[in-house]
Design a protein around this ligand. Structure first.
Ligand SMILES: Cc1ncc(COP(=O)(O)O)c(C=O)c1O
Length: 467
């Protein structure tokens, strides 16, 4: 491995981070105490390189973003150059431009039937907030001003700007920031591990749908405007939805006059082998939020896709869509998103994910044989393994949990040259979401590394290693 920058530059960046850069969701005291963070200055294929020359396999696609990995820069650059040298910026506020129009057309083609319009944003939280405001205006226009509340799911992450934070179901992220902007009831997610229904999926599905209905009834069905859920919930660890669950959500939404939003900020654009993962549930939501993979993150962009029904009131005489974001639909991002779709089609990215999913699933599920792994779940290129204390699947004690999730596993991942997530927003777990272009050999490298780290983690807390 060759260092890409001189030692002095490496040190200079560490000082620059410490003295001038505020990091997202980070403990800055560590920087003051001299802890170094990886400064990534190069990327290629599924790998990123830091300024000390260390190589990491990015098995998290840099927060579920880098669907295509990192080697398509030249193609995206030429799409960007074409756009920037013809028309670098305009808005979609009462004017429009070709890139945004063409992208909206392409997305309408790819979305479930009946979802035909796109409102562009700069990212996921903005998409969620824009969805909520459209939902509000839809109900107002239809004579239902009392629909001021929403239902989301426990432990779900829908963003942390103040509007989106209302829907996020992780108390620790919310409690410092006062009352939520929107009153939201939190219903069960689709976590089947330790559920009282055992292997009875039908009973499980019926129970959580019944509890979701109770959440709606408790809020007052006439006061609920929106029901928001991810097709596969990220936070808490890759909770897959059982058959019948999404049709059940659709039925509840219809029964109570609520609009159903599929938050596909992570699941959209191929993570589960579909452009829109909700398509595979046989359900059409009323709105879909996307971001991250829409451009494979070669530029920032998000969107809210809306059904003809949701769009209809906005076409009535005198109605104004009371929302706008300066950079929503930026021509550069729209050109990049169009190029992204072009590459997805040309390189058959969805087929690639579909072909390798069974292999990755089998390999990930084999980790359940380790005593420290209680449950493995996920789909597509998106899996989590929940950590336990061995046979009996007892929960880890606070000290072990803290040690493993915040210290031991992240540092072992770094040593192994692997970027993966150790997380305990719900139960403690490790999670992967490799770039969608990963080869079978690269997926195997990820799972092998995960296996070795988990064996050692088990040893650290006194479990037999399972080798
Ligand atoms: C499901 C979901 N919705 C919304 C968001 C917020 O997206 P952003 O961080 O781009 O604002 C995220 C971010 O990870 C997400 O996973």
């Amino acid at each position: 491995m060759t260092a890409t920058v001189t030692v002095n530059q490496h040190d200079r960046y560490q000082v620059g981070v410490r003295d001038h850069l505020m990091l997202h969701f980070s403990q800055h005291a560590k920087l003051r105490d001299g802890v170094e963070i990886p400064v990534i200055d190069r990327a290629e294929g599924v790998y990123v390189f830091d300024t000390s020359g260390r190589r990491y396999l990015d098995a998290l696609s840099c927060l579920f973003c880098a669907q295509l990995g990192y080697s398509y820069g030249a193609e995206f650059a030429s799409a960007a150059t074409k756009q920037l040298t013809s028309m670098p910026f305009n808005t979609t506020w009462n004017t429009a431009h070709p890139a945004a129009i063409e992208l909206a057309e392409r997305l309408a083609d790819l979305a479930p039937a009946g979802i035909n319009r796109a409102f562009f944003t700069s990212g996921g939280s903005e998409s969620v907030e824009a969805a909520w405001k459209m939902v509000r205006q839809y109900h107002l226009a239809n004579g239902e001003p009392g629909r001021v509340k929403a239902v989301a799911r426990r432990t779900a992450y829908h963003g942390v700007t103040l509007g989106a934070l209302s829907f996020t179901g992780i108390p620790a992220f919310k409690e410092q920031f006062g009352p939520p902007a929107v009153e939201v009831g939190h219903a069960p997610n689709t976590n089947r591990f330790r559920a009282p229904d055992g292997d009875d999926l039908t009973a499980f599905t019926a129970r959580i749908l019944a509890e979701t209905e109770e959440t709606i009834l408790a809020a007052g069905p006439d006061t609920v405007g929106m029901l928001i859920a991810e097709p596969l919930q990220n936070a808490g660890g890759c909770f897959t939805a059982p058959d019948g669950y999404w049709p059940g959500l659709r039925a509840l939404a219809d029964k109570y006059g609520i609009l159903l939003v599929a938050d596909e900020v992570i699941t959209g654009f191929g993570r589960l082998g579909e452009y829109f993962a909700v398509s595979a549930t046989g359900t059409t939501p009323d709105l879909i939020t996307i971001a991250k993979g829409l451009t494979s993150s070669y530029a920032p962009m998000g969107a809210v896709m809306v059904s003809d029904r949701v769009a209809e009131p906005f076409f009535r005489a005198g109605q104004t869509l009371m929302h706008g974001i300066t950079f929503g639909g930026h021509p550069l991002s729209a050109a990049i998103a169009l190029q992204n779709i072009e590459i997805f089609e040309r390189d058959r990215i969805l087929d690639h994910v579909r072909v390798l999913t069974p292999h990755l699933k089998t390999r990930m599920h084999a980790l359940a044989e380790l005593p420290i792994v209680g449950d493995v779940r996920g789909d597509g290129f998106f899996f989590a393994a929940e950590l336990v204390t061995g046979a009996g699947n007892e929960r880890l004690g606070d000290a072990d949990r803290d040690f493993l999730v915040r210290q031991y596993i992240p540092s072992r991942f770094r040593e192994a040259g692997l970027i993966a997530r150790a997380d305990d927003r719900g139960e403690p777990l490790v999670q992967i979401a490799p770039p969608l272009v990963s080869t079978q050999a690269e997926l195997d490298t990820v799972v092998d590394a995960l296996h070795d780290v988990l064996v050692d983690a088990g040893d650290k807390i006194g479990l037999s290693d399972g080798r």
